[in-house]
Design a protein around this ligand. Structure first.
Ligand SMILES: Cc1cc2nc3c(=O)[nH]c(=O)nc-3n(C[C@H](O)[C@H](O)[C@H](O)COP(=O)(O)OP(=O)(O)OC[C@H]3O[C@@H](n4cnc5c(N)ncnc54)[C@H](O)[C@@H]3O)c2cc1C
Length: 425
């Protein structure tokens, strides 16, 4: 242990080492159970151009209608002449011919493998499958938050359908599960167009739909978390949620909001939020994340020549995550903290800080994403910390944006989980 370490730092390293040991064991079992899916993620990790090809192909796959189209796209996206193509992929592409039986077989294998990758990250294609998965997770002592996939709707009819799916989920929850409902939703799905240029129109569209969802959740002592999306929607999302709670639900309603530590102004935003929570006089849960849209935020800012809203160095996001963790835990009397990350250093720090500040265990929890944090969630649970798993549910097509974000994240060189994956290759 390095000399001159503060007792907090010593504690973080001790808990981090404990988490790391349990996580290694759990990851080994997961890799054995999903060898091909893990291999594809490793290819993405070791070759950036192959990663782009794989993501582009996965993105268009749900729209391909028959084996002939799949084979044609496979050959276009993965030309045999590409010497860097891993050999199993090259053999598959060579065997694939639109006119031969092998073409149909390769198309079927391609579709099945993509579905298997998506199943790593999605808890079910429909509510029946989701309830079965959640039941299993709850039996293992985990809690969940269900996210029905779909974001940035393209019509009012889609926004209405999305609302109805959440209402159905809430209505059926207690027929299948002993727990109270806990859902995560994206406001960009509740209105079309969801555009910060006209916040009042967004309010008129979102308010009736969100009111119905909040009422249905409250009737079952349920919890609604409003997820955070891209930077240009951030203020609109916070404004709409705070307004609906102030004007329509001043009474007890269990809600959560999200703060993203990759945003340079996230600390000011949290301070403002804490001021609002204090004036509201009722606890609100704040989920702390790093942020899921890093690549697109950087590209958009460059393209438009806007100041970049996110940190450019990963270490800055990490340091900000630690400062925000401290602020949330220090304010545990008015805010429940949900520390949502797979990064063991961040989790260890939250555990040590919560111990130092004597934060009661019902005032904070860890959260992980379904399929990304399996090894982490077991390691954290072994330390007696409550773990909630963010559980996306949906078909592959509406789930594609989510799936691509998760693959991007799992194969980004700055990612904690990617480093872990590579270490084992
Ligand atoms: C339960 C749960 C709920 C979530 N809900 C949301 C949500 O509502 N909204 C949302 O946006 N995200 C959400 N996320 C995703 C989250 O923001 C992260 O993308 C994801 O968890 C990976 O980060 P990490 O802390 O686990 O791990 P790490 O691997 O340590 O961090 C990866 C993250 O670091 C950041 N990063 C990467 N490179 C750089 C760089 N060069 N400079 C600065 N920062 C960089 C990015 O945010 C990247 O995702 C959620 C995550 C969880 C676990």
């Amino acid at each position: 242990m390095a000399e001159g370490c503060s007792s907090t730092e010593t504690g973080i390293r001790k808990i981090g080492a404990q988490l790391d040991a349990s996580m290694r064991e759990a990851s080994r079992k997961i890799t054995q159970a999903h060898p091909w899916e893990t291999q594809i993620l490793r290819w993405c990790l070791t070759d950036d151009s192959l990663r782009t090809q794989i993501l582009r192909f996965i993105d268009c796959l749900p729209a391909l209608k028959n084996p002939r189209q799949i084979v044609r796209h496979l050959k276009e996206y993965f030309p045999e002449e590409n010497k860097r193509l891993p050999w199993p992929l090259r053999i598959g592409v060579r065997a694939a011919s639109p006119s031969l039986l092998t073409g149909a077989a390769v198309a079927a294998v391609t579709r099945r493998t993509t579905l298997k990758i998506s199943r790593l990250f999605l808890a079910g294609a429909n509510l029946e499958e989701a309830f079965a998965t959640i039941g299993r997770l709850e039996e293992q002592g985990f809690q969940v938050s269900v996210d029905l996939l779909g974001e940035a709707t393209t019509s009012e009819a889609e926004a209405e359908a999305y609302t109805q799916r959440y209402l159905e989920l809430l209505q059926r929850w207690n027929q299948h599960l002993p727990s109270h409902p806990h859902i995560s939703l994206k406001l960009s799905s509740l209105a079309f167009p969801f555009d910060p240029v006209d916040p009042e129109r967004c309010w008129r569209q979102v308010q009736p739909r969100l009111t119905k969802i909040l009422q249905a959740a409250a009737a079952q002592k349920g919890f609604v978390n409003v997820d955070m999306e891209q930077y240009h929607l951030r203020d609109l999302i916070l404004w709409l949620t705070q307004r609906i709670l102030d004007e329509i639900f001043p009474e007890e309603t269990e809600v959560g909001l999200v703060i993203q530590s990759y945003l340079k102004d996230s600390e000011q935003v949290l301070q403002k939020l804490l001021g609002w929570i204090t004036s509201r006089g009722r606890p609100v849960t704040v989920r702390l994340v790093r942020g899921a849209y890093w690549d697109s935020e950087v590209i958009l800012a460059r393209q438009q020549q806007w100041p970049c809203p996110v940190y450019i160095e990963k270490s800055e996001t990490d340091a900000c995550f630690e400062r925000l963790t401290d602020s949330l835990l220090e304010n545990h009397s008015k805010v429940r903290a949900a520390i949502a990350t797979h990064n063991l250093r961040s989790i260890a720090r939250a555990i040590v800080k919560a111990q130092e500040l004597k934060v009661p265990q019902d005032r904070w929890e860890c959260q992980v994403l379904y399929g990304m944090g399996e090894a982490v969630q077991q390691a954290v649970q072994e330390l007696g910390i409550p773990v909630r798993i963010y559980t996306p549910v949906g078909e592959l097509l509406p789930g594609m944006a989510y799936l691509v974000r998760r693959i991007l994240e799992n194969t980004s060189h700055a990612s904690f989980l990617a480093a872990n994956l590579l270490e084992k290759s």
